[in-house]
Design a protein around this ligand. Structure first.
Ligand code: A2P
Length: 322
């Protein structure tokens, strides 16, 4: 659990991060979860402006540091992300300042562009929603992220954040950035689990010095995939877990770590927060068995296409995958 990964700029990041997207969204849920996670030993928190709970994350960090003087702010790695309606240069700058304020931090460890999708804003606090109930897409900024990325680079140069990256980026989108990025993204946070191993994208990221981070590493257990079967219900995966006396979550986390990237499990349940952080070692045989289950799969659990009303991954749709 003390395993760290090093970003292309030398910044060190604990490999296992705690996801703070609150499934219930009730007040106090995030504070309790963050407190439990820090007490368990997690030192990496994955947050976002969109989760609307950065204040509770900040309170959790502040109270934990107060109660544990031996732990310093620099011992905790905090990620947050800019939402879709804030992709204009000035809005990205506003967003990072707003996150810093809400979290009561004086720097953020990693700042990500949450989606390769830009939309119009009602105000900086609120995305514009069209008559169809969907985000109003800004086509120019969605098809060319240079303006957004310039602001990310500016924030990085100013030292407000120790590293910058993207989330939900595809290979063509990363490829396009090679043409204009002065600072290439250090991270690409994407959905990865055995039903969406994302092998090609993961390989591409490593080849460019971009560290992948896996969200929904447990197969997003509260969402039903289009194909019906959930990762949690897969017989082979459950047998691997049972045989070793481990939970399925522990197997899934270990599988991601063994593939070399950062893994971001989330839970609101203190027992699961703890057991997920007991990092097991997968035998070669079990690792291969999970790889076998993952082979050829491409089932996305997070489908933002419906929300945005926009072709997020046109190359996937063209292949009939998304
Ligand atoms: P809970 O908060 O009740 O623990 P993902 O990160 O893949 O999207 O998965 C998150 C979901 O997985 C949450 O609904 C969380 O529910 C559940 N979860 C987290 N850890 C475990 C675990 N060890 N066993 C079963 N479900 C888990």
């Amino acid at each position: 659990s003390g395993q760290t990964l090093t970003l292309s700029n030398g910044v060190k990041m604990p490999a296992v991060g705690f996801g703070t997207f609150a499934s219930e969204g009730s007040k106090g849920e995030t504070y309790a979860a963050v407190t439990a996670a820090l007490n368990t030993g997690y030192r990496h928190l994955d947050c976002a402006w969109f989760y609307l709970n950065e204040d509770e994350v900040g309170d959790g960090i502040r109270d934990f540091l107060k109660a544990n003087p031996s732990v310093k702010r620099s011992d905790i790695f905090v990620t947050t992300k800019v939402w879709n309606h804030l992709h204009r240069y000035e809005d990205v700058i506003w967003s990072v300042n707003n996150s810093l304020e809400r979290m009561k931090l004086d720097y953020i460890d990693l700042f990500l562009v949450h989606w390769p999708i830009a939309s119009e804003k009602e105000t900086q606090e609120k995305p514009k929603i069209g008559p169809d109930g969907k985000y109003v897409i800004l086509k120019d900024l969605t098809e060319n992220h240079e303006e957004t990325w310039r602001a990310m680079e500016k924030i990085y140069e100013e030292g407000k954040v120790k590293a910058i990256g993207v989330s939900n980026w595809t290979i063509p989108q990363l490829e396009a950035m090679t043409k204009y990025a002065k600072v290439y993204p250090m991270v690409n946070q994407i959905e990865i689990h055995p039903f969406l191993p994302n092998d090609e994208l993961v390989k591409y990221c490593f080849s460019k010095g971009v560290l992948p981070q896996a969200y929904s590493p447990l197969g997003s257990q509260n969402q039903v995939p289009t194909t019906g079967e959930r990762v949690a219900e897969n017989k082979t995966l459950n047998a691997i877990a049972e045989k070793g006396g481990n939970t399925l979550a522990q197997v899934l986390i270990a599988w991601g770590l063994r593939r070399g990237y950062s893994v971001l499990p989330k839970s609101s349940n203190p027992k699961r927060i703890e057991s997920n952080f007991k990092i097991i070692k997968l035998s070669d045989e079990d690792f291969e068995a999970v790889n076998e289950v993952a082979k050829g799969r491409h089932c996305r659990f997070v489908n933002m296409h419906d929300t945005f009303g926009y072709n997020v991954w046109p190359e996937e749709t063209a292949q009939g995958l998304s």
